[in-house]
Design a protein around this ligand. Structure first.
Ligand SMILES: [Zn+2]
Length: 309
């Protein structure tokens, strides 16, 4: 009895050893710059893709410190998905070059700029360059913070995955339809939670929230940064405080990677509140996907609005 069992065990092990690498090798390797794009890709790709983001969700996506592990990930990628609109220009281009991976160079089939699928707000009229210190020279790159754009991005990623893995094309399309449905259901709930606060005025630290504000009916009246990427100045802060007092604006939305010194002093001068909103999946350990990101932010906002008039 025993030798036979041993033999069976060995055969099973051999099968696993032979099958596992084959199944593993079939998965598309997708690298995304941000966690949000990773979450959307995972929704569509399911278990046919291996998705990994480069930046962490609690990092400022404009200024990510490159790590050696980034190069390793990029070297082995079949597909790289970026936010675009110059969001990653400060850190990504040299990494792509150094990766030596011809598949993911801009212009190659394995490079996908997700901004082409999204509604982009705040596109500058006339000429604006980064030399002027503005980190949004091509329009607002924080577009994933509108569930409608999440839907559009997933829909844009779907044919790309199908192109790279034609056998699973129908699977990706099915998953995209399923995601769209679940997102629409979740959005109904979010909209209902936000409905009582439609039209509420807020200020934000950075211009991270125009798409979010448009979708959920918030009115962003000012920014703690004088311009995107430029730290607060005393004169700008005084102007902002005056505006907030005049318009009775109590809520400041702050990204988790900014210093709270200026927001806290503004809050004390306006008798208002600082709300640390998450602009990305993974900003807190429990915010593990695109749905939980909105659950979290809307939960915080509703709580803040309930406590202010
Ligand atoms: Zn920005």
């Amino acid at each position: 009895m025993r030798p036979r069992l041993n033999l069976l065990f060995c055969v099973a092990l051999l099968c696993m050893a032979l099958l596992a690498p084959a199944a593993e090798a079939k998965k598309l390797k997708v690298i995304t710059t941000l966690t949000d794009l990773a979450s959307l890709t995972q929704e569509v790709g399911g278990d046919k893709v291996d998705v990994e983001p480069l930046a962490r969700g609690y990092q400022d996506p404009h200024f990510v410190e490159p790590k050696p592990s980034f190069l390793l990930k990029l070297r082995n990628a079949d597909l790289l998905i970026s936010v675009g609109l110059d969001l990653e220009i400060g850190w990504l281009p040299p990494l792509i070059t150094q990766s030596g991976n011809g598949k993911i160079q801009p212009g190659s089939p394995g490079y996908l700029d997700a901004s082409q699928f999204a509604e982009i707000l705040e596109i500058p009229q006339g000429k604006l360059t980064r030399a002027e210190g503005d980190v949004h020279p091509l329009g607002n790159p924080h577009y994933w913070l509108d569930p409608d754009n999440g839907r559009r991005i997933a829909k844009g990623i779907t044919p790309k995955l199908g192109e790279m893995d034609p056998e699973d094309s129908a699977y990706f399309q099915q998953r995209d339809r399923d995601f769209e449905k679940r997102l629409a259901d979740a959005d109904k709930k979010w909209q209902a939670e936000m409905a009582p606060y439609h039209g509420r005025m807020v200020v934000t630290y950075h211009r991270s929230w125009p798409n979010f504000a448009k979708h959920f009916g918030l009115d962003v009246q000012g920014y703690i940064e004088p311009r995107p990427g430029i730290p607060p100045t005393p004169s700008h802060t005084i102007e902002l405080v005056n505006l907030m007092k005049r318009e009775n604006i109590k809520i400041q939305l702050i990204e988790p990677y900014f210093d709270l010194k200026t927001p806290n002093s503004i809050a004390s001068m306006t008798n208002g509140k600082v709300v640390v909103m998450l602009p990305s999946v993974g900003g807190k350990p429990e915010v593990t996907d695109y749905f939980k990101l909105f659950d979290y932010d809307i939960g915080l906002l509703v709580q803040a609005f309930q406590g202010t008039k």
